[in-house]
Design a protein. Sequence first.
Length: 409
Amino acid sequence: MQDNQLISDLIKVEFHPDSLKNLQENSIETYSQLFDLLHDSSADIELRKTACHAVSKLYKSIDKQRVAPALLVALQSDRVELRRDAAKSLTFHSKRAKEPLIEIIQNKKEDQSVRIYSILALSYVEDLSIFSIFLKIINDVTDDLEVRCLALENSYMHADENSIKHYVELLSNESPNIRFWAVFALVNIAGHQHDISDALPKLDEIVANDHTLPERWGWHVDREAIEALESIYFRPYRQFFIDEDGEQDEHRWSVCLISPAHEYDRFMYFNRSYQAGFGYTIEPEPPITLKIDVDWLKNQIEEHWQDANFDVRRQSQAYTLSWLLQIDGYNLLGGLHRDDYAIVLTGHRTAVYEFAAWYRGIIKEHKLFLYGWADPGIHLKHDMTVEQIEKAIRKENKTFKQELKEAGK
């Protein structure tokens, strides 16, 4: 960052032309002048907000040591909109901002938007002690639900193995919103290689029975919980290899869902109509007519894969049939959900796609979608090959946007 390069740097990051003109007309052409503006409580409020927006656009290159004190001054403004924009601009690991931001998020009299952006800013501060602050807000039933959920959503960034017990407790919370984000946190903790096995009994119960919708954002809680549950069940079947540097590495694996229903993002965009504020209405789907007979499916799998092992998720409430296959050298863990229509597949995508192509061939009369966790999914058409499924997955987001456009969404 060179002091006299402010304007050219803002042009490079495509800062809004009107905002850029506003800065220049007020002789703000260097970084020093920008920081002085943020410090100046007597300056025009709109101009100081513009300065905050400029910091946000320049977050990759701006001198954090110099800009943090200026933003902290703006954070103390008596104007809500400036405090909000200052908090929004502090998302760059500023330890200096930790205490002021904690004070804000704990103040229930503070404007909700300021608290929300302060929580987001704190999520970037690398300090495990922040977890306990977030947990206090999460467990405060008198606090705003949106604020509590956002604290929970971002709490995993400050979590460690000792935090898992708190998430397990939250899985029993009466609010489906809290249960949803507790599951989300466990997924991310597992993704950071922490063992979340202590959550197995409760996660299995949720995947089996909690087909509940959060009151705010999100899809069914049981579907959100599948990824976390499968990360536990799949631990014994993870596979490793030696890379070209002689180091041990793990074959990538993921959790997928085959379902005739709208799930995950497809449900969010096709079946929810949002109203003013945070409310929404549900647009119901046609009833699910697909019902998979357990014995029939087991026989089908045995005929195609003679070495299939069954009952590999013992005593699971969530699955009425479990199996383990090896496809192209990769372990594939499969399960028929107790709803009798959803198939859960965990393993390398090559194995997932091959099973999906085979399964599509034995289910003739029902529409099916193949979903990755939290994705919009693809329409699993009849007679699709593995190559066609892979191609559809690569084009998934583009195709989904086109579907939304055609549906007027």
